[in-house]
Ligand binder design. Structure first.
Ligand SMILES: [Zn+2]
Length: 316
């Protein structure tokens, strides 16, 4: 089961205060409901591909209305061949919509988020839960980018949903899709906060766990890369020092070198693999690392001069 499906499954098992269950139902109606006018009397139909969400819609709508509901299962022909579950209400549809704060004369039931919901913090959270259940999606925290989105049929609903996000300091963004709009979050810590707000605590813990492990792994990788780079630099420097010293030995002979440079050249040849620090320690005279570097630079310039004089170009 995908992380999104797991999160939704967890959300469908939450029980909440009556005001909040009604707000969640409003979101479910606005995000996956439609008025079917092809049948008489007109019906309110809520459609979902998730059996657990269908069961929840059934429970919430039944509790709100007290009416008998029809449950239909359709096999989707195109695209993914998942079942579509439809919960159908045929009694007093417009009265029920009004009860859910959705205006009875509204031609588009999916536009404005009702004011009664917007003014209550607990109900706003429940509305977010309903909207996410109905038309939300969420990347697995292990995938390469964090992403949570809620699809909205109307721009009004998307704008209002954005305001609900903002009221919880979740700075979501909105973008247009072929049909409708999406409101989305990209930052891991904002997604974690969202999961907490809507009550998906198991999902939140899992998300955090994966995120922490992932970030630690990235940090370790960065450190390893950095160390590898340093090591490469050290090795390249040592190779160059040895080249210089061998060239000087061949062309000038060590006896031509000042004694301070001569001991460095001899010890470097004797211990080609040790670090500069270790090289300092094997030199007979006490020399600091910067002093040693200074001498190595002198050897380097002598070697450069030899190369220039002989017209030998360094191979790199
Ligand atoms: Zn409430």
């Amino acid at each position: 089961m995908s992380f999104a499906a797991q999160t939704k499954k967890e959300l469908t098992s939450i029980s909440d205060k009556p005001c909040c269950e009604r707000a969640e139902l409003t979101a479910l109606v606005q995000h996956c409901g439609r008025i079917n006018t092809d049948i008489e009397p007109v019906a309110l139909e809520l459609a979902t591909e998730h059996a657990a969400i269908a069961r929840r819609m059934y429970r919430l709508l039944k509790a709100e209305t007290g009416y008998n509901l029809e449950v239909l299962v359709q096999r989707k022909m195109r695209l993914k061949k998942n079942n579509v579950y439809i919960i159908r209400l045929r009694n007093n549809v417009f009265t029920i919509l009004e009860q859910l704060y959705i205006a009875r004369d509204s031609t588009d039931i999916s536009s404005c988020i009702p004011h009664d919901i917007l003014k209550s913090t607990c109900c706003k959270k429940a509305y977010l839960r309903g909207a996410f259940l109905a038309s939300g999606s969420l990347n697995d925290p292990d995938s390469h980018s964090y992403h949570l989105e809620i699809y909205c049929k109307s721009v009004v609903n998307a704008d209002e949903l954005l305001r609900v996000f903002t009221s919880f300091h979740l700075h979501a963004k909105k973008t247009q899709r072929k049909k409708g709009f999406i409101v989305y979050l990209k930052e891991g810590d904002k997604i974690v906060e969202f999961l907490g707000l809507v009550g998906a605590h198991q999902a939140l813990l899992h998300f955090e766990e994966v995120r922490i492990v992932k970030e630690m792994r990235n940090q370790v990788n960065r450190l390893v890369n950095c160390e590898t780079a340093n090591l490469n630099k050290t090795i390249l420097a040592a190779v160059r020092q040895l080249d210089n010293i061998r060239l000087i030995e061949k062309v000038l002979g060590f006896e031509q070198l000042p004694i301070k440079l001569r001991v460095v050249a001899e010890k470097r040849l004797q211990y080609p693999d040790i670090t500069l620090q270790e090289l300092c320690e094997v030199l007979p005279d006490k020399v600091s690392k910067s002093g040693l570097n200074h001498r190595l630079r002198k050897l380097d310039s002598i070697a450069q001069k030899i190369r220039a004089d002989r017209g030998i170009f360094e191979e790199s």
